[in-house]
Each structure stands twice: as C-alpha cells, then as structure tokens.
Write a protein that binds this ligand. Sequence first.
Ligand SMILES: [Zn+2]
Length: 171
Amino acid sequence: MGRKRVKSNFGSFFISPCLSRQYFALVIFIALCQYIDMVCVYCGGDTRVVNSRPQIRSNQIWRRRLCKSCQAIFSTIESHDPAQTWMVKKPGKPAKEFAKEKLFLSIYESLKHRSTALYDAKHLTQTVINNLSRTTKDGIIESRTITNTVIVSLNRFDKTASTHYRAFHAI
Ligand SMILES: [Zn+2]
C-alpha cells in the first residue's frame, strides 16, 4: 500500500490510500456540481438552455434560458472571474486580489464629464480586463500594467479622460 499519484487541474501530486477515497468522493461531488443549472429568475423553477453563443473578443458565453415551469425566457453571460484568478502586485507590497470594482471606479471617475459615463465605464472596464487577460500567463499582474492598459484604452476613447486618469495614477 503506497501513496497514489493523482493528476488534477492543479498538477499531479501523491496522496495516501486513506485519503484517496475522500479525494474521489470530492471529484465526483465537483463533477455533479458542474451540472447544476441556473434556476428561473421569476419563479425559481428549473431552466434549460435554448440558445448560446460565444463572444470571442470578451471570452464570454451568452446563453438564452427557458424556464420549464413558467416558460419565461432570460439571458445569462458566463465569464471568468478575475477576482478569483488574478493577483495584483505593487512594488514593496503584498499581492492583492484583483478588484474589478476598483478598476471600474477609477475609469468612471475619469469619464464623469461625459453624459454616458456609467455606460462607457462599464464597457471600458471590460475592454481593459480583456486586454489584461492577454498579458498574464500565471495570474500575476503588475499594478503598473493595469495603469498602462487603462491609459491606452482611455487614449483611444477620450483624451480628456486619459489626462484625468494620469493625474491620479502614476505609472
Ligand atoms: Zn419560471
């Protein structure tokens, strides 16, 4: 009875035989959880997907869902959660979780002179996240990379907003 080599998404590792039963119970539990479907936003009934499309640029999946109980139709968007996968590094400070809300607020503050600031900030935040996902392979992002990416996006979109952002965010 030796240790057992197990391959997972997090790399392969060894576990003892007494732990292997618990490990496979966990694997089965996770596999079952992956098939839990979203419930209806109106009645809480079961739903099924009736249409889905990939959104290549934003790496998201759009789905149209139909409620099996009340026949309501609504949309969902599946995307990765950067707060769960990215850590932000600042020189001389411990790494922190990526905060989408903080990014949104910094962009929104720079766009306040526009009547469509809220809408623009929402979409620019998503653009910055899409661009950032191409810069990281290991989930670690330098804070200055975020600042630079925001400046590049704002420069293309609104020069006044870019100037405002640079006044408050040193590179
Ligand atoms: Zn329903």
